[in-house]
Each structure stands twice: as structure tokens, then as C-alpha cells.
Ligand binder design. Structure first.
Ligand SMILES: [Zn+2]
Length: 307
């Protein structure tokens, strides 16, 4: 491993992470990410360049504004550090190549969307739509050796090794991935809405999955959908269990109810409380797309062995 390029990629990731923080705060609020300069939302004091050094400034200021001492969310340092680390991960995986640019851009967008969805339940179009476009363009520039490009050549007898066809198949794979990802989430959202009358999945999730599909191609898109559904279900069920147990105990302690009665009533109230709880599903989709980017292929190789 070359330490200097890895370090350079890490520092660049930190700087882009700093910009990503601006996007996470401003895009869902409909504000420009270019102007004005960053200022403390509490006292409006402009943030000086020496207080804007990724991660370090947050540590030096112990997470508080220099002017009014209002706490600054640790999210700022976390997003910067994660962008740096993910970019080094991309460098180690893909080397100094156009692939590095592609996957670093993907990781950047995913990280921004995951944190925006977690904080605001929104997935801004200004991240997802350019993301879909970027994914399709990169599919053409950096061919992915994926499902379609492995299956189709035999059927349509186009010599895969000959120049442009590799790029076209890769583009087709990305387009299929985008359609399948967006279509699946759209379908699930419609079914959920018809069954429960509550919106479970927004259009933001549809566009996010379109972006993920455009970058990953069909095979890893399917992997992402499966993995995110499993993770989301585990999260939903454990939230339900925790709420149930807490309410059962509260009923026994406060109202001196018999255990069976307390459990029964707590279950009913937990179900009611969580019926309208909106899960930020984009968080799970985004995290699992990152898992797919780094570990998807090796997981599928391992998994095929059992079939
Ligand atoms: Zn302040």
C-alpha cells in the first residue's frame, strides 16, 4: 500500500465531507449550498477558516461554537471522518483509477442521503437526480462486469471484448438496475399504501434506489434491496419489542397491573404508537448499498456455494 496517495485521498475525503455537511444541513431546507458562508445558526457568527478544519476544529472546540458556546452536532465530525475513510476504502479497492472517482462519488452521495434522511426524513432531489445521471454516465465510462454483461453476450453473440460493446452492456446493466431498484420500491410503496392507508415509502426512496441501481447494476441492486429489507425488518421488530417491554414494565410499576394484563395492554398501545411511525428506510438502503459496494461481490460468491 502506498501511504502518500492513501493519505492524500483521505484528506480530500475530509474536505469533501466538510462540504457534505453543508449539503446535509441546507438542501432539505431549500437553501443554496454555495452562498452565504457558513455561520453558527445560533449567533450568526461566521465560521473562520481555522474553525472549519475537518474533524480537528470540532475536537479543539470540544463540539461548541467559539462565539456562543452552543453545542455543534458531532455529526459534523462523523460525516467528515466517514467520507475520508470511505474514500480510502475506495482507493484500496480500486486504486488510482476512474473507478476510484466513480465509487468515491457514489459513497459521497450515499453518505449525504443517509444522514439527511436520518435527520429530516427527506431525500433531496438535488442529490438523488444528479446521482442517477452520474451513475449512468459512469456505467458507460467504467464498465462493470455484471449480470447483463455476463449473460447477454452468449445470447446476442456480440464479441464482448471488442471496444464499445463492453461499455454499452455496462450502461444497459446500470439502466436495468436503476429501473428495477426504483420500480421495486415504487411497487412496495403502492402495496403498503393500499394495505394500510399510510405512506410507507416516499418518492425520495424511489429516486434513491434509482441512483443506487444506476451505480451498482442489476445484481448488486437486488442484493441491496434484500439486505435493506432484512435490516429494516430487524430494526422495526426490535423497536417494537423495546417499546412493548418498556410499557409493560411501566404499567406494572405505576399501575400495579398483573403481568399478563400489563403485557396485553402494552402490546396494544405499542402497536398503535408504531402504526404511524415512519421508518427512514433510505438509511437502510443507503447503508446496504455501501455494504454492496465493498462486500457485495464476495458475499454473493460465498452464497452461490450453497446453491
Ligand atoms: Zn454561535
Amino acid at each position: 500500500m502506498d501511504y502518500f496517495p492513501a493519505f492524500a485521498v483521505f484528506v480530500l475525503g475530509l474536505l469533501f465531507g466538510s462540504f457534505l455537511n453543508v449539503c446535509i444541513y441546507r438542501l432539505p431546507r431549500g437553501l443554496s449550498v454555495v452562498t452565504p458562508r457558513s455561520a453558527c445558526p445560533q449567533c450568526n457568527r461566521p465560521i473562520a477558516f481555522y474553525d472549519n478544519i475537518p474533524v480537528l476544529s470540532w475536537l479543539i472546540l470540544i463540539g461548541r461554537c467559539r462565539g456562543c458556546r452552543t453545542p455543534i452536532s458531532p455529526r459534523y465530525a462523523i460525516v467528515e471522518l466517514l467520507t475520508g475513510l470511505l474514500w480510502v476504502g475506495c482507493y484500496l479497492e480500486f486504486g488510482m483509477s476512474l473507478g476510484l472517482v466513480k465509487w468515491a462519488a457514489f459513497a459521497f452521495l450515499l453518505l449525504g442521503l443517509v444522514f439527511t434522511d436520518a435527520e429530516t426524513m427527506l431525500l433531496p432531489d438535488l442529490m438523488t437526480l444528479p446521482g442517477i445521471g452520474l451513475g449512468l454516465v459512469f456505467a458507460f465510462l467504467v464498465p462493470v462486469n455484471d449480470l447483463v454483461s455476463q449473460l447477454l453476450p452468449g445470447m446476442v453473440s456480440v464479441p464482448l471484448s471488442s471496444g464499445i460493446s463492453v461499455h454499452l452492456f455496462s450502461f444497459g446493466d446500470a439502466a436495468l438496475g436503476a429501473l428495477a431498484g426504483a420500480g421495486f420500491i415504487y411497487g412496495v410503496g403502492e402495496l403498503y399504501y393500499r394495505a394500510r392507508g399510510v405512506e410507507g415509502m416516499g418518492f425520495g426512496d424511489v429516486k434513491l434506489m434509482g441512483m443506487i441501481g444506476a451505480f451498482l447494476g442489476l445484481k448488486l441492486t437486488v442484493f441491496t434491496l434484500f439486505a435493506a429489507s432484512i435490516a429494516g425488518s430487524i430494526f422495526g421488530l426490535s423497536t417494537m419489542l423495546i417499546v412493548w417491554m418498556k410499557r409493560t414494565r411501566r404499567r406494572q410499576v405505576r399501575h400495579h397491573e398483573a403481568p399478563a394484563m400489563a403485557r396485553h395492554k402494552a402490546w396494544q398501545s405499542a402497536r398503535l404508537a408504531l402504526r404511524y411511525y415512519q421508518m427512514p428506510f433510505g438509511v437502510f438502503l443507503g447503508i446496504m448499498a455501501m455494504v454492496a459496494l465493498f462486500f457485495g461481490e464476495s458475499f454473493l460468491h460465498w452464497y452461490w456455494k450453497f446453491l
